[in-house]
Ligand binder design. Structure first.
Ligand SMILES: [Zn+2]
Length: 138
């Protein structure tokens, strides 16, 4: 294992550039931009970080620079359903997928609804995706 000198990310791959041992992200930054843009080990390919608290799970959301900007909450019961998808905030909604493939809201993934249904957040907070806060329009 090698450790990036900029962000501390560990990797089997080792890049050396300008006298640094680097991860792929930071190798790319210095090669393309001539400098390091951040010291954040996250890349856009990483799954969302999460934290289990009792019977709910808080899942982190990031902007395009991989900085944490918010977190949403789901029931622990529903976590396996959403765990291996990449989540982001789009127009205030928690979504996964791309326009080219298919964008799905987290509420519809939780209830496994395809085609999607209108699902409302009872408390008005789109980041509260616990079942007791979700109301499905049938
Ligand atoms: Zn790095």
């Amino acid at each position: 294992m090698h450790t990036c000198e900029i962000c501390g990310r560990k990797s089997n791959k080792k890049y050396k550039a300008f006298g640094y041992v680097l991860c792929q992200k930071h190798k790319r930054q210095i090669m393309r931009q001539g400098r390091f843009l951040d010291n954040n080990p996250r890349t856009v390919n990483d799954l969302n970080e999460y934290r289990i608290e009792g019977d709910v799970v808080y899942v982190s959301l990031y902007n395009q620079n991989c900085d944490k900007i918010a977190e949403f909450v789901v029931d622990l019961y529903d976590f396996p359903q959403i765990r291996y998808k990449k989540w982001r905030l789009s127009h205030g909604r928690v979504v996964t997928g791309t326009a080219a493939k298919k964008i799905r809201g987290v509420e519809n993934v939780i209830f496994d609804m395809d085609p999607p249904h209108n699902i409302f957040h009872i408390d008005g907070d789109p980041l509260n995706c616990t079942r007791e806060n979700l109301l499905v329009e049938i």
